[in-house]
Design a binder for this molecule. Structure first.
Ligand code: AQP
Length: 334
C-alpha cells in the first residue's frame, strides 16, 4: 500500500467541486497551491462531488466533470506519488460519518453559516443538503485527523464549525478527533471575473465571457483577455478599488510569473492596455497550453483508474476506522 514520506509529519485535506470545468481562478487560488504544498504536507486531495450536488447538477455533465477534474489535478502538477487523490463519493464513510456528526450538531449553529445564508437567499427552492453541507465538510476533514485545511477566507467559518463539532464530540464521548486548523491562503490570489471584475471568477458563472476555463480553446482565452473590462485611464497600476480590471490582470501575471507588482507596473509604464493584455494573454495561454497537452494524454489512460482504485482503498480504510470508533463511542453496534 502507498505510504507518505515518513519525514513529512503534518497533513492537509483539500478539494475542488466538479461543478464545471475548473477556471483560472480555481487553478491559481487552489490547485497551484496544492502543488506547492505537496512536498511539505501529507495531502489528501479529493473531488468534492457530494458537495457539488448540494446545487442541482446535470448527471451526464457531473459524471464527465468528475473524471476530468482528476485528470486536471494531475495535468496541473499534482503528483499521484506524493498525494492521495480520491473521489469523495467513492468513499461512503464520509456520508456515514457526516450523519453521526449531524446528530451532534445544533441546528442553530448551522443556521449561522454565512455561505448558507448567501446561497439560500439566491434561490428559495434549495435543498436540505445545502444546509447540512458544512457537516459533510467536517466529516471530510475529521475522518483523516488532518492538521490543516487550506481554505480561502470565505471557508474559514466552516473550518471553525468542524473544530467546534470535533471539540464537542471529544468532550462528550472521549478523545476521537484531532482538532484541525484553517490554513488561510494569502489574499491577493482571488481572481476576478474578466467582464465584471467586482465578482469572483466562478465555474458556474452565468456569463462565460468573464471566465477562463482551463480547457477553453487557446484562441478563445486570448479573446476573453483582450476583451476584459478595464477603465479609461490608460495606466497600468495596481489599485483594486479604483482599477479592479487592470488589478485583476496584474494579479494573474503575478501568480503565473512570480514577478512583483512593481516590476509589472515598471515594465508597462507608458504602454497601452492592448499591449498589456497581449502580454497577459501570452502568459496565460502558454501556461494553459502545457496543462491541456498533459490533460489530453491523461484523460483516457488507464493510469487514472489505477491511481483512483489504489487511493480509494487507502481512504476507505482510514475513514472506516474513524467511523467504527465513532459508532463504538456513541453506543451503536459495531
Ligand atoms: N476566482 C477564484 N480565485 C481564487 N481562488 C478561487 N477558488 C475558486 N474560485 C477562485 C478556489 O478554488 C477552490 C475550489 O473551489 P470549489 O470548486 O470547491 O468552490 P468555489 O470556491 O465555489 O469555486 P467556484 O469556481 O466559484 O465554483 P462554483 O461556481 O461551483 O461555486 C477553493 O479553494 C476556492 O477558494
Amino acid at each position: 500500500m502507498k505510504e507518505f514520506d515518513q519525514k513529512i509529519t503534518k497533513s492537509i485535506l483539500t478539494g475542488v467541486q466538479p461543478s464545471g470545468v475548473i477556471t483560472l481562478g480555481n487553478y491559481i487560488g487552489a490547485i497551484k497551491q496544492m502543488v506547492r504544498m505537496q512536498d511539505e504536507f501529507k495531502s489528501y486531495i479529493f473531488i468534492a462531488d457530494m458537495h457539488a450536488i448540494t446545487i442541482p447538477q446535470d448527471p451526464a455533465s457531473l459524471h464527465k466533470n468528475i473524471r476530468s477534474l482528476v485528470a486536471l489535478y494531475l495535468a496541473c502538477g499534482i503528483d499521484p506519488n506524493k498525494n492521495i487523490i480520491f473521489i469523495q463519493s467513492e468513499n461512503e464513510y464520509h456520508a456515514n460519518i457526516s450523519w453521526l456528526l449531524e446528530c451532534n450538531t445544533p441546528f442553530g449553529e448551522l443556521s449561522r453559516m454565512t455561505q448558507f445564508k448567501d446561497k439560500s437567499s439566491k434561490n428559495v427552492n434549495f435543498y436540505a443538503g445545502l444546509f447540512t453541507y458544512p457537516v459533510l465538510m467536517a466529516a471530510d476533514i475529521l475522518a483523516y485527523d488532518v492538521d490543516y485545511v487550506p481554505v480561502g477566507i470565505d471557508q474559514k467559518q466552516h473550518v471553525e464549525l468542524a473544530r467546534n463539532i470535533a471539540e464537542r464530540f471529544n468532550k462528550k464521548y472521549g478523545e476521537t478527533f484531532k482538532i484541525p486548523d484553517a490554513y488561510i491562503t494569502k489574499s491577493g490570489t482571488k481572481i476576478m471575473d474578466l467582464v465584471n471584475p467586482d465578482k469572483k471568477m466562478s465555474k458556474s458563472s452565468a456569463n462565460q465571457k468573464g471566465v477562463i476555463y482551463i480547457l477553453d480553446d487557446l484562441k478563445v482565452i486570448q479573446k476573453k483577455i483582450m476583451s476584459a473590462t478595464t477603465d479609461s485611464e490608460c495606466l497600468i497600476k495596481y489599485d483594486p478599488e479604483n482599477k479592479p480590471g487592470i488589478s485583476n490582470l496584474i494579479n494573474i501575471c503575478v501568480a503565473l510569473t512570480g514577478k512583483k507588482v512593481e516590476e509589472i507596473e515598471r515594465d508597462f509604464a507608458g504602454k497601452n492596455y492592448g499591449e498589456f493584455k497581449k502580454y497577459v494573454a501570452n502568459i496565460v495561454t502558454t501556461e494553459i497550453s502545457s496543462i491541456q497537452k498533459r490533460y489530453y494524454d491523461i484523460i483516457n489512460s488507464s493510469t487514472l483508474d489505477k491511481i483512483l482504485d489504489e487511493n480509494i482503498k487507502i481512504t476507505r480504510e482510514i475513514a472506516k476506522n474513524k467511523f467504527m470508533l465513532m459508532k463504538e463511542k456513541m453506543g451503536l453496534y459495531k
